[in-house]
Design a binder for this molecule. Structure first.
Ligand SMILES: Nc1ncnc2c1ncn2[C@@H]1O[C@H](COP(=O)(O)OP(=O)(O)OP(=O)(O)O)[C@@H](O)[C@H]1O
Length: 240
């Protein structure tokens, strides 16, 4: 079975009155297990549309998305929601934690949504939280956590169902530099050690050092950024 994420020639049109605007044009990318790729690009270039299609939240107008061996266009709505729950871990800009659940229960809630919570699930949740430096915070509520701790809880929550694909949308948007490095290096470690295929949309050039490849989205077209161009552009601040 093919694993990871393969997106081939995906085009997305939005209807706007009688016009249609094309938000993505023949976008192709392949992300292997254990690989973390970044997607950068200006506002309105198509990054959110791209991540929504990769995450089975939006259907492509043309082209093919193969997620972990599933051709998304062939799945029913029920099958798609199952794929989102069990095979994709989403990490968003803000951690979106449930205010009245403690850290451990944030993870167990996700397990509960996909079936009964077993003793092994609880053990795995504790292990993940310890791995992410939250071993002493299992019983803490979101309001008692720092921004970085909240985002680390969100990373653990994204991993609790052991998905093969991780999609992160600006995961450092609400963090200071130190916390941002902490969070992205933890994402990179989990991606490597647990062999996830991961895409991170980011505006934050400081985070690119953790990524295996950097792609640039411009006017709905995705291209691999050349390392040399990237380094010099990031230095001059012209890349974003
Ligand atoms: N639901 C929609 N209906 C019509 N047009 C849309 C819709 N969603 C996005 N667009 C348009 O598609 C293009 C790509 O938008 P998208 O949100 O994917 O860009 P983005 O790179 O994520 O931007 P940002 O960095 O500001 O979040 C833009 O021109 C946007 O106006």
């Amino acid at each position: 079975m093919t694993t990871g994420l393969q997106i081939s020639n995906v085009t997305k049109y939005y209807a706007e009155g009688s016009n249609r605007i094309s938000a993505l044009e023949k976008v192709s990318i392949s992300v292997e297990p254990g690989e973390l790729v970044a997607v950068v690009g200006p506002s309105g270039s198509g990054k959110s549309t791209f991540l929504s299609i990769a995450g089975a939240l939006l259907k492509a107008s043309e082209g093919e998305v193969n997620l972990n061996g599933h051709l998304l266009a062939k799945l029913s709505d029920k099958e798609l929601s199952n794929v989102r729950l069990k095979e994709i871990g989403f990490i968003m800009q803000s951690s979106n934690l449930v205010p009245y659940l403690n850290v451990l229960d944030q993870l167990l809630l996700v397990k509960r949504m996909s079936g009964k919570v077993k003793a092994a699930d609880r053990t795995f949740a504790v292990k993940l939280l310890e791995e992410l430096g939250l071993g002493s915070k299992l019983k803490s509520y979101p309001e008692e956590l720092s921004g970085g701790e909240k985002q680390r809880t969100a990373i653990a929550r994204a991993l609790i169902n052991n998905p093969n694909v991780i999609l992160a949308d600006e995961p450092t948007a609400s963090l200071d530099t130190k916390r941002a490095h902490e969070v992205v290096s933890l994402i990179a470690n989990e991606v490597k050690s647990r062999r996830k295929a991961a895409i991170m949309v980011t505006h934050d050039e400081r985070m690119l050092e953790y990524c295996d490849k950097v792609y640039r989205m411009e006017d709905g077209k995705l291209s691999l950024a050349e390392t040399t161009r990237l380094a010099s552009a990031a230095e001059s601040g012209s890349f974003f």
